[in-house]
Write a new protein. Sequence first.
Length: 384
Amino acid sequence: MAKALHWEIDWTLLGCITLLSFIGLVLIYTLDIHLFYLQLSGLAIGVALMVILSLLPFLKLIQWAPAIYFLNILLLGLVLLTSPVKGAHRWLSGFLFNFQPSEMYKFSLVLISWWFIYHLFQLKGKKVPLKLSLFLSLTFPLFLILIEPDLGTTLFLGLAFFVAWLPFLFSPKSFFLSLFFLALFTPFIWYQLKPYQQQRLTSFLNPLADPYKSGYNIIQAQLTIHNGGVWGKLNSTHRYQDILPEVKTDFIFSAWVEDTGFIGGIFLIFLYSLVFLRLAKIATHLPSLEKIPLILIIFFIPIQALVHMAINLQLLPVTGLPLPFISYGRSSLITNFALLGLLNSRLRYQGKTPTPPPARPSSPPTKQSPLVRNLELSKITNVQ
């Protein structure tokens, strides 16, 4: 049974999310009034979903995790059968709006991670190797996202999974050994990429080498940011959409800095830093293994924001990641609010982590994996 905790609203986190969403609505309104109303509808759906998930019992939610996860895999497979848009299969139509299953995977990954943690000892008793089943079941959707193709999202989700899960799954020796083999196969992976994907990963180093193709977006982003100066130029609201591609999504940070200048850019970084600190504080109150889903949520909101801003500042290759709560995109917006709702559900209810069955006296001692050892050492603590 789930036991109710003394839970209070984190007003700092809620205030940051509210302000970020408001900034996103204002920016999109200045760019396209039609998209503004679409984004507003997505915001309403996202907030409603967050409230519903917050009120649902946490243990009930993780019971639904396998069904939601396999539904997500099915949707990722169905999207490959749709007509390509700009050369990629990423959206499903026929819902209330064009839906992007790869965004839903963020929510599914966090939810199924909690399910694995709460069912670890039952899974350990099966004949299927625990590490292999965890790795394959959590990474298979990445393969489907890669062949859409969506290289940027695949790399980011893969990095999030690698940082959150692998240190708990493997010993330090196995962890660094996997890094070695990854580096060993990097040249092979590189030559499997399409030419435009290789150019996207390298053009940020020298965008002037191909200023009208692979380097065009990043050059225009730099010009837009430079045009904002220190205090910004609010009277040029509609000008940057004529020169900067994907201004409503991939390069919306550049548009914000042109409007509000260096001061506005620092303010946005400050807001996402507060979100990061609040989520990190929550993680410190959770048992050891339950930090895994929190690490994933931190990746999908504040760290994704950091990556988006770094791309706009020519510090990372262009990957097409939206700015959480600000970029246009209802799939992304709804997913982010769903993640917060899932987190609120965990904070309101103390899920009782299963304890390992007592060992038989006659059974010989067995070597435990780091994952099981961490769970046995973790203690269920109340989240303040």
